[in-house]
Structure formats: structure tokens, C-alpha cells
Design a protein around this ligand. Structure first.
Ligand code: BES
Ligand code: ZN
Length: 971
């Protein structure tokens, strides 16, 4: 997720607040499912009216013809394309549709004799040329190309199918020419349009998102990552607009076509590359630029955003990050330019098109007044992530999508290294533990998880490819690569990387090729490893899940076991390694003494390093570089608890976060008592660092989800309020009564946590403050709230406010010209406790005039985070599933977030039945990238039901005892 769609923690926290009392109202006002469903059936799906082409007859019955297979045959190999595209930025006066027209010629070599040409094409309407949809010519003089006998479009597998009256000859080169029309729809995929208002005028941008399989929606192409070619691109566009593509502009001239005087811009041929990395953009954007060591760097965005200086941060950071990666990979940036562009409508967070990276506005544009430190960090890391792909992914590309995890996992790891270079004072590298390792542990602990690596034959259809863009590929990929780099040492890791990139430059590879190169580096360096890189990594890559390592400090015995959130769930998938891993263990003892790394290769082993006595403790998985959880014997837990209580700084900050997260999850898996996990939170009244607090809040979120509609809620609030007060006061002092911004990046984050939790637990002083700040904005129309605090302040004010606050925020949202501010308001609008406002807001989410399509699913998830909105959002989603699925697919991870988001509070039999019913009801429609998320949600619900039954009473008792009676009065 990618993280583009992951909702910020602070927002999530605040959004869940509020109002068990509103429960009755929810039930009364809750949308009646059947009514909604009826309404839905009358709705026209956005894709229904969408296509310009009514393709001719297709083969519909399943057969075994080559065009019924999703993978291209190996008979034809493209070498170069000449593509000319003309997007119309005004609608056709008759049809009202926006379209583009194009001409394309592809040169390919015949590798095996064949009388069939299959080339990808989707939703394109081909002009007949001599009665066929394409024209074939031969390049070799003296060899005549066969004629096209018949041409048809196979919609299911997305091919243009050309049958020839004779064979193409092996090793001969041919040209295939086509003319076509496509719709420039607002569907965020292929060649699509984005719209925005400027000075009261609607502006249209034509732009692209090809990954994974939508280049075929822009022009006919061999649309697989290993079919690399050189692309000669030409764009036709109106005067006054700017045309961009992967290559530098070669020439731009006046041109008259179809009676219109337009501009024709040709680009330098690209390097040899995959189709999914192409980009074509026509806009009226402005830009700023710089040159670094001969590489031209430009940032493009809407003109007012550029004029307002919002591109400067990205411009200033791109150079250093690019240089960092050149150095890290020991390979020069392979292109003469690096353009980056912020688009008003964009489905993912960003896309690594080679030389022309596309972003949603919030991921690239930084504004001094409006952006928070979290917004800034996202910009730095996302730039680093996409720039990392320029080598890893673009220069060397995985052969097929089944290895996507290596591409995305790698970029998701090194994005932290790149961002650290851009902002060395932030300690941003530590945050991978919270954002990736801990985050993915939650899904990888389910039996419905899956291994990082998929089999090539299992990944065929576009929907199967899209499904791979999930937390496992991104976050588990990042986590295991970080572990690998750590045990090899960065020096050896980067030597292996360098030879891998050099060997496969402009070509394709598989993940085992990387292991080969790393092994060569290991051998050359004489690094001592317990086994080969292949053997070690296979245990992490070829089986799902991860181990819990149990250390008995009395005996020094260390053992491993597959960690399952629900210990009663049955693993039905066999693993080649029987769910055992080769585990590197770094550890330390009291006094900060680090032990040499030990390797656990079998089910269990005994190590002297793990044996302690007296007051000494062992702390394993230092800095959480290993992809596993750790459990100890009770004595060692007690000693660690004591260390936290008496001198928490003796344990490194990342491991304090780990102790909290491990303990809560071990408790959920019934390995340790829940009360032991709760006990750890007692030291938080002395904790001032961000990471442990954040870890605790994530785990408390689960408690909120499970208990905010039950009698546990009150005592829990009392206890947490008591724990957060010292932190709240600490920041009150540090900031001179909220008048200054803390210096440190992490402190800025933790200040937000302090306010969110204090307000959430009903601390009056906090609620008073947020109301005051928001009301000052309403009355003076001047917003003086610091951007770091805006999300939480807006949310709290809207939650405790009513119609007036909501309408005020909505009007600010509608008129916002800065996407980052609009986003903060959009999430806060979901915090209201008024069911009718939430229902109306839900309706807005599917109206692109109110909420941009790119933001629809995340807005529904914001609403579901709110205790009042949860059932409303669930009713809404299941009633409109087909409409949402067809109109908001776009081949990204938003569906898995949507399904996870609207079901995460599920904890009753009734909800479980509804969830299963939802799965059955929509089996025909499908769930696309949300397929796996649905099974995960079912599994999670089952585990939640059990957890509540087993824990409710003792959790309530514990909170009651721990919250001092005199503070138990607010609820
Ligand atoms: N290649 C992806 C973008 C993408 C995602 C394309 C899903 C098609 C489907 C890009 O490199 C990416 O991973 N973007 C992330 C940002 C990153 C910082 C995790 C995103 O979009 O959120
Ligand atoms: Zn990526």
C-alpha cells in the first residue's frame, strides 16, 4: 500500500472517538440495506456508458485458443514503437465525450513462425485500413508480409487478434500499423483525464497511469514487463498547453490536422523499457527547475501551486535523493532528465514512470502554511520511493508480475534511506518498524495470508496482478529486505546490488538473480553466514507468516513457532519449510551490552548468550531488524517490565515500541495473558518518545474497536486519560502553552498523539482547547491552527460540534485550493456524530462533483472509523458494491483498504454472517484487489469474537483497578 491509501494514524485515532450514546440513533437511522440495494440497482455504472468502441464479435465460450490465454505467446518480440497521440481536452460537441485519437506503428521480430498476431488492446476503437484493424508490412526487402485475413478484439483477454493468410518468418522484422480512438475518461487508468478549476474556469489535463496493465488502453502494445522496447512518442496538443513524456522534448512545431491548427511535440526516443512505465501528459501546468550534475530536474503542477512555491520542497530534495541513490547503487542515473508532476486526480500515491513520475498533489506539493510535518515526511519518502524505482524496477525489471513484491518491497525499504538523506535529523529510518514491520505483522499473522512469492502461472489476469499490490508485497517485502541488508551488512548488500543492476541493466530478472548476486558479494567479502542467501531467504519468501521466537533465559533455550493471531485457526496451505525459518537473532543485556548475532535454524537450540541470572535481562531482536516477534519466560518479562518502570531509557526506543506491540499481539494469540500486555502500558506515564506511544495507541485502537460500544469503554477511558495527562502536560510546557512547535520531528508527532488521546479520553482541557481554536477560525475567518495539529483539532471540533461546524468545514473543503488542506478537512468531516450528516457524506463520496474519485474509498473508510459511522458505511458499501467495484477499481489497493476499513470493528456472530453473505451475494461481481482482504476480514472477525468473549471481563476489571477512582468521573 502501498501507503498511498493508508489513513494517517492520528486521523484514525480521533475518528473513532465518540459517542456510545449515539448508538440508539444509529440503529434508528441506519440505512435499510434493502432500500439502498433497490436504489443501487437503478444506478448506471460509470463503465456502462464509458466505451467508445463496440468491438466486433468476440469468442465468448471458453476455448483454448491462444487469444484466450492471458499471457502473450513468445513468437513476436517488439523492438520499437512509433506512437502519436492526440488527446482532446474539450468534449466532443455531439457525444459529449472526451476522446483521444492515435496512430501507432510497432516494429517486432518474429521469434517463432506463426500466422497469428496477438497484441494487447483494451477499449480502443480501431479504424479500418483495407478492411482490417491493422496494416502489416515487412521491413526486410524481398520478403512480403502475409495479409491480414481477419481481425477481431478479444475483450476478455484484451487482445487485438490478427489472423494472417500466411506465416511470419523466423528472424524477420515486421511493422504493424494501427489507427484508433479511445475515450479520455475520468477513470484514472490508461490515458485518462483529470480536471480542476482555475480562476473560475474548468481545466482538463490528459495524463496516464499504465501500471500494471493499462498501457494497452492507450495504444496497442505487447503489454508485459519483459517485452521491453524503445518508444518514439509524439503528442499533438493545443497551443498554450505543455506536452510531456518519458523522453526529453526533441522538437515542437505547428501542425495542421483535420483542419485544426495545433502543436506537434516529438520526444527523444526512450531507452529500452517496459510499457507499464510510459507516461504521456498534456496540461497547462507550470514548472520550476534545476540542474544537478547535468540531469534536468523539473517539478510540474497547477500554475497557482507552482506560483505559491509548493513545488520547492520537492525540487530541493530531489537532487540530494537522486545523488544518494546513484551512490547507493553505484550506478549513474540513466536518463538526462527527471520530471515530477502533481496531478489533481490520481489513483495511487505516485507512479515511477521513467523520467516522468506522476503524483497525487498531496504526495508532492508542500506548503509552508498548510502542510504538517507528516505531510512533509510523506513527500520526502514518496519521492525517495519512486526515485529508487528508477534503477530497481525501471532499469532492471522483474520478468513477470509474480515477483512484484521484490520491486515494491525494495523501494519501500530504501525509501527510508533516501528520505533519511534528505532529512538527516528526523530519524526516519526507525519508522519502518511502525509503518511496515508492525503493520504487516497484523495481516501476516492470519492463515489467509500468502507468501511473498507467487507462482508465475497463478498470476495471469489483470485483477490477479492488481491484487499483488498489497501490504505483504510492500511492507513484508521491505521488512525482509531490511533484515537481509542488516545481516549481510549494507556494504555487502550494495556490492551485490551493483553487480545485479549492471548485469541486468535494460533487461529483466527474477528475485533469485538478486540472491545470486548477493551471494557473490558474500563470497567475495568472506562474510560468515549460517547458510546461503538462497536458503535463508527462501524460508522468508516462499512461506507465509513469520515466527514467534521464545527465549527461556533460565536455560538459554530458544525455539520458534509460526505466529498465528488465532491459535485455533487451521493452516491449510503446506509449506516447503514446515513453517520454520532461518532466523538471525540480535540481542542485548542489561547495561546495553550487545551479543554477537546467533542463528536459529531448527525448531529449537540452546545459546549461552540467551542465558541470564539475577537482575540481568535479555532483549532480543534489537531495533526490530528481524521479521519476527519475541516471547520470554515470565522472569525475563518481569525483569523487562521492571526496567521499563525504573529506567525505561535503558531499553532502546525502537525496542520499547516492540515490547508493547509484541506483548499485545502475543496476548491476542493467547501466548501470554492480556493483563501482562496491559501492564506494560503502565510505564507510559513516564514515556515521552513517539515510537512507544504510537505503538501503544495502535494497540489501544484495537481495544477501542472492540469495546467502544460496551461497558469496558468507561474504565478504559479513565485509565488512558490518566496515562496521557503527563504527556499532555509535557507538551503544554514544551510548547509554551501550545504556542510553539516542538523542535524534533518525532516530538512533533508525539505532540499530536498527546492531544488526540487526551481529547479522545475526554480530558476537558484538551476538548476546550480544540473547540476554542476551531471557533476562533469560524468567528474570525482566520485559521491559526498549526498544520501539525489541524487534523486532530478539526476532527475533535466537528465531533463535538453540530451542523454549523460541519457546514463550515465543508465550505472550506469545497473552496480549498491546496489539496493537503482539503484532505485534512475531508477526513475531519467524517468525525461528526450526527448520523444524518454521515449518511449524506457517504452519498457525496460516490458523486465525483463532490468528492474526487481518487478519494472516494478512503473517505468511506474515514466514516467507518467513526463509531457512529461504522454501520452506516458498511450498509452503504454492501448496498453499492457493484457500483463501487465497477467505477472505483482502477487497479490499486484501495479495495483492500475499503474492505478492511469497513469491517475492522466486526466482532459479533451477526456481523460475521453479514460478511459471509456479502461474499456470497457478490461472488459474480467479484472483489478485485479486495479478494484477499475479504477472507482476511472474515478470519479477523472470527478471532475478534473469540477474543472479546475471553477477555472482556478481565480487561474491564484491570482498567477499573488501574484507573484511580477519583478520576473516574468523566464517563
Ligand atoms: N508502482 C507504484 C504505484 C502503483 C500502485 C501503481 C498500485 C499501480 C498500482 C508506486 O511505486 C508506489 O508504490 N506508490 C506508493 C507510494 C509508496 C511511497 C509506497 C503509493 O502509490 O502509495
Ligand atoms: Zn513502488
Amino acid at each position: 500500500m502501498g501507503k498511498g491509501f493508508f489513513i494517517s494514524k492520528a486521523l484514525g485515532v480521533v475518528a473513532i472517538i465518540l459517542g456510545a450514546g449515539a448508538l440508539a440513533t444509529i440503529i434508528a437511522l441506519s440505512v435499510v440495506y434493502s432500500q439502498e440495494k433497490a436504489k443501487n440497482n437503478n444506478q448506471v455504472s460509470p463503465t456502462d456508458g464509458g466505451t467508445t468502441s463496440k468491438p466486433p464479435a468476440t469468442t465468448s465460450s471458453p476455448s483454448n485458443e491462444p487469444w484466450d490465454k492471458y499471457r502473450l505467446p513468445k513468437s513476436l518480440m517488439p523492438s520499437q514503437y512509433n506512437v502519436s497521440l492526440w488527446p482532446r481536452l474539450r468534449p466532443n460537441s455531439e457525444t459529449g465525450l472526451y476522446i483521444f485519437t492515435g496512430e501507432s506503428s510497432v516494429e517486432f521480430k518474429c521469434a517463432e513462425e506463426t500466422d497469428l498476431i496477438l497484441i494487447h488492446a483494451n477499449k480502443l476503437n480501431f479504424t479500418k485500413l483495407e478492411n482490417q484493424m491493422a496494416r502489416l508490412t515487412s521491413v526486410n526487402s524481398g520478403v512480403k508480409a502475409p495479409s491480414i485475413k481477419s481481425s477481431l478484439l478479444q475483450n476478455v483477454t484484451q487482445y487485438l487478434v490478427l489472423q494472417l493468410d500466411g506465416k511470419l518468418m523466423k528472424d524477420h522484422i515486421y511493422h504493424l500499423y494501427t489507427e484508433f480512438t479511445g475515450e479520455l475518461a475520468d477513470d484514472l487508468g490508461g490515458f485518462y483525464r483529470s480536471e480542476y478549476m482555475e480562476d473560475g474556469e474548468k481545466k482538463v489535463v490528459a495524463t496516464t497511469q499504465m501500471q500494471p496493465t493499462d498501457a494497452r488502453k492507450a495504444f496497442p502494445c505487447f503489454d508485459e514487463p519483459a517485452m521491453k522496447a524503445i518508444f518514439h512518442i509524439t503528442l499533438i496538443h493545443d497551443h498554450g498547453t505543455v506536452a510531456l513524456s518519458n523522453g526529453e522534448q526533441k522538437e515542437s512545431s505547428n501542425f495542421t490536422k483535420d483542419g485544426q491548427n495545433v502543436q506537434k511535440t516529438a520526444f527523444e526516443p526512450t531507452v529500452k523499457m517496459s510499457t507499464y512505465l510510459l507516461a504521456f501528459i498534456v496540461s497547462e501546468f507550470g514548472y520550476i527547475n534545476d540542474t544537478i550534475d547535468g540531469v534536468s530536474i523539473r517539478i510540474f503542477a497547477r500554475k497557482p501551486a507552482i506560483a505559491g512555491g509548493q513545488g520547492l520542497y520537492a525540487l530541493n530534495k530531489t537532487g540530494p535523493i537522486l545523488k544518494f541513490f546513484e551512490n547507493y547503487y553505484s550506478y549513474k542515473y540513466p536518463l538526462p532528465k527527471s520530471d515530477q508532476i502533481a496531478l489533481p486526480d490520481f489513483n495511487a500515491g505516485a507512479m515511477e514512470n521513467w523520467g516522468l513520475i506522476t503524483y497525487r498533489e498531496t504526495a508532492l506539493l508542500y506548503d509552508e502554511v498548510y502542510s504538517s510535518n507528516s505531510n512533509k515526511q510523506r513527500i520526502a519518502t514518496i519521492i525517495a520511493h519512486e526515485l529508487a524505482h528508477m534503477w530497481f524496477g525501471n532499469l532492471v525489471t522483474l520478468r513477470w508480475w509474480n515477483d512484484l513484491w521484490l520491486n515494491e518491497g525494495f523501494a519501500s525499504y530504501v525509501e527510508y534511506l533516501g528520505a533519511n538523506k534528505a532529512e538527516p535529523n528526523w530519524n526516519v529510518k526507525d519508522l519502518i518498524v511502525l509503518s511496515d514491520v508492525h503493520r504487516v505483522f497484523a495481516v501476516d499473522a492470519l492463515v489467509s495470508s500468502h507468501p511473498l512469492s507467487s507462482k508465475e502461472e497463478d498470476i495471469q489476469k489483470p485483477a490477479q496482478i492488481s491484487e499483488l499490490f498489497d501490504a505483504i508485497s510492500y511492507s513484508k517485502g521491505a521488512s525482509v529486505l531490511r533484515m537481509l541488508s542488516d545481516f549481510l551488512t549494507e556494504e555487502v548488500f550494495t556490492i551485490g546490488l551493483k553487480t545485479y543492476l549492471t548485469d541486468f541493466a535494460f533487461g529483466n530478472a527474477g528475485y533469485t538473480d538478486l540472491w545470486d548476486h548477493l551471494q557473490m558479494a558474500v563470497d567475495a567479502n568472506g562474510t560468515e553466514l549460517n547458510d546461503t542467501v538462497h536458503n535463508i531467504m527462501n524460508t522468508w519468501v516462499l512461506q507465509m507468516g513469520f515466527p514467534v521466537v521464545t527465549i527461556n533465559t533460565k536455560t538459554g533455550n530458544v525455539s520458534q513457532k509460526h505466529f498465528l493471531l488465532d491459535p485455533e485457526s487451521k493452516v491449510t496451505v503446506e509449506s516447503p519449510f514446515k513453517y520454520e525459518w532461518i532466523i538471525p537473532i540480535k540481542s542485548m543485556n542489561i547495561g546495553g551490552i550487545q551479543n554477537p548475532i546467533v542463528w536459529l535454524k531448527d525448531k529449537s537450540a540452546t545459546f549461552d548468550e540467551m542465558k541470564t541470572s539475577g537482575a540481568d535481562w535479555v532483549l532480543a531482536n534489537l531495533d526490530v531488524v528481524g521479521y519476527y516477534r519475541v516471547n520470554y519466560d515470565q522472569d525475563n518479562w518481569d525483569r523487562l517490565l521492571n526496567a521499563l518502570k525504573t529506567n525505561h531509557l535503558s531499553i532502546p526506543v525502537i525496542n520499547r515500541a516492540q515490547l508493547v506491540d509484541d506483548a499485545f499481539n502475543l496476548a491476542r494469540a493467547k501466548i501470554i495473558p492480556t493483563v501482562l500486555a496491559l501492564k506494560i502500558t503502565k510505564y507510559l506515564n513516564k514515556e515521552r518518545d513517539y515510537m512507544p506511544w504510537e505503538s501503544a495507541l495502535t494497540n489501544m485502537d484495537f481495544f477501542y474497536l472492540m469495546f467502544d460500544r460496551s461497558e469496558v469503554y468507561g474504565p478504559m477511558q479513565n485509565y488512558l486519560r490518566k496515562q496521557v495527562i503527563p504527556l499532555f502536560e509535557y507538551y503544554e510546557n514544551m510548547t509554551d502553552n501550545w504556542n510553539k512547535v516542538p523542535d524534533g520531528h518525532m516530538d512533533q508527532y508525539n505532540q499530536v498523539n498527546a492531544i488526540s488521546l487526551a481529547c479522545r479520553t475526554g480530558l476537558e482541557e484538551c476538548q476546550h482547547l480544540t473547540k476554542l481554536w476551531f471557533n476562533q477560525w469560524i468567528t474570525t475567518n482566520k485559521n491559526q491552527i498549526h498544520p501539525n495539529l489541524r487534523s486532530t483539532v478539526y476532527c475533535n471540533a466537528i465531533a463535538t460540534g453540530g451542523f454549523e461546524e460541519w457546514e463550515f468545514a465543508w465550505s472550506k473543503f469545497v473552496n480549498a485550493t491546496i489539496a493537503i488542506e482539503a484532505d485534512k478537512l475531508r477526513s475531519a468531516l467524517a468525525c461528526t456524530k450526527q448520523p444524518w450528516l454521515l449518511n449524506r457524506y457517504l452519498e457525496y463520496t460516490l458523486d465525483p462533483n463532490m468528492i474526487r474519485k481518487q478519494d472516494a474509498t478512503s473517505t468511506i473508510v474515514y466514516i467507518a472509523n467513526n463509531v457512529v459511522g461504522h454501520s452506516l458505511a458498511w450498509d452503504f458499501v454492501r448496498a453499492r458494491w457493484e457500483f463501487i467495484f465497477k467505477g472505483y477499481g482502477g487497479g490499486s489497493f484501495s479495495f483492500s483498504n475499503l474492505i478492511n476499513g469497513v469491517t475492522k470493528r466486526f466482532s459479533t456472530e451477526f456481523e460475521l454472517q453479514q460478511l459471509k453473505q456479502f461474499k456470497t451475494d457478490n461472488s459474480e461481481v467479484g472483489f478485485g484487489s479486495g479478494t484477499l482482504a475479504l477472507d482476511q476480514s472474515i478470519e479477523r472477525t472470527i478471532s475478534n469474537i473469540k477474543w472479546i468473549t475471553e477477555n472482556k471481563q478481565n480487561v474491564m476489571d484491570w482498567f477499573k483497578t488501574e484507573a484511580k477512582p477519583n478520576e473516574a468521573l468523566l464517563f
